[in-house]
Design a protein around this ligand. Structure first.
Ligand code: 2AL
Length: 164
């Protein structure tokens, strides 16, 4: 689809699409209300700016839509399909790396009580494991900021991929 297709969607359909980019209702509503955009770059810039005011609660709620790294989503929805694409470069992890990511995910969830979220697109399993181990050492405030950054990065990539 392109930008003119986005302009033609009714509000409910455009909102549903934006929710597959990041499941933050307030963000999706404001983004959709800002149509029409002059360019994909302008849309992405607005999405980025609006995402910088996501609250901790909004980020936490949106994480439910992101499967664990290594748990390849089987769902048929657009968000599951996007996750499969994003995780494709880390999907062929060797068994030791895959096991280390599973252990890291469990340690992360025990420490922070949420799923470990990382922009997976373009990252190998080994690179994700390095990130996971680095972030396990974060304090809670630093880690909350990193999660919001990653969720925003994933959303912007999804917008670009949708409208490419
Ligand atoms: C994901 C996902 O589904 N896509 C992505 O880039 N990262 N999941 C995750 N737990 O980090």
């Amino acid at each position: 689809m392109d930008l003119s297709d986005l302009d033609r969607l009714d509000v409910a359909d455009a909102r549903a699409l934006a929710m597959t980019w990041a499941a933050v209702p307030r963000w999706a509503d404001t983004l959709v209300a800002g149509r029409p955009y002059d360019s994909v770059d302008a849309l992405v810039a607005t999405a980025d700016r609006l995402a910088r005011s996501w609250t901790d609660d909004e980020v936490a709620a949106a994480l439910a839509d992101h499967p664990r790294i290594g748990d390849r989503p089987t769902g048929s929805g657009a968000s599951a399909a996007a996750s499969r694409t994003e995780q494709s470069s880390s999907a062929d992890a060797d068994p030791e790396t895959a096991a280390a990511i599973r252990e890291g995910n469990a340690a992360y969830e025990a420490r922070f009580d949420r799923v470990f979220l990382v922009r997976a697109a373009g990252r190998s399993a080994a690179e994700i494991l390095v990130e996971l181990r680095r972030r396990l050492a974060n304090d809670d405030a630093a880690e909350r900021a990193e999660v919001a950054d990653e969720l925003r990065a994933i959303a912007l990539l999804r917008i670009e991929r949708t409208l490419a």
